[in-house]
Write a protein that binds this ligand. Sequence first.
Ligand SMILES: [Zn+2]
Length: 291
Amino acid sequence: MNDHLVKAYAFGDNVRVYAATTTNLVEHARTIHDLWPTSAAALGRFLTVSAMMGAMYTKDQELTLRVDGDGPIRGMVATANAHGEVRGYVGNPHVFLQYPSGKLDVGQAVGNGQIHVTKDVKIRDTFTSTARIQSGEIGEDFAYYFTASEQIPSAVGVGVVVTPDNRVATAGGFILQRMPGCPDDIIDTIEAALKALPPVSDMLKDGLAPETIIKQLAGDDHRVLASMDLAYACDCSREKFERGLLTLGKKELTSLRDEDGKIDTVCHFCATVYPFDKAAINRLIDETDKA
Ligand SMILES: [Zn+2]
């Protein structure tokens, strides 16, 4: 089954719910970044939240999200857009930390610090909102981010199940957001529904589709607004890396050419290598003369 996302209104249109399955894109991230289990769980949860947040915006907007913690994972970066495209990386892919119970300890891996969300609406400057990391378990941290930074009371549940032989078995989650003016008795109903909801990783183990997660949350009191496919996608190109190298200037490019004879640029997001040999570097140096 393709990764996909469903957006719905629920509880008498008093909440907006996003639910997603992201197993394929998280497994793809695990493969290209060579992620160990705790790094895979952390980045997987983060990519899942990012994909759902991308769906909150309109077509031309792009989000850049950063989890800037002091734990061994050394931070995470993701971008997402309204087309269901998401990509990301971790500072340290080789983290494997567990609680005594055997559960992956994402909180310790992420550590303390801040979340930053930058919106590029393409017409004006970008703007960034920031919130303090709460537990490092990602779901709680983004629930706090929405509530504190965007003034939207929210609940976020994300989960990634990694098999003992280190493959991503399932990944997904939900974001529930209360609309302004939600009556108190509905708030109580929502709180009770959230309390009764099994942990996301348990629901995912049972192979729940996004539609089913929404149904488990809200029963029949919901209406689906939209559904879209999600995918891991990177828009990097050799031309982008050329432009980046040109900003180094003639002197730096000349010394890189003379020291190493080549430059291998690597895309952090998709791990594609763009090699520049001596002739290619010389062409770039010629171009700095023209500029
Ligand atoms: Zn790339």
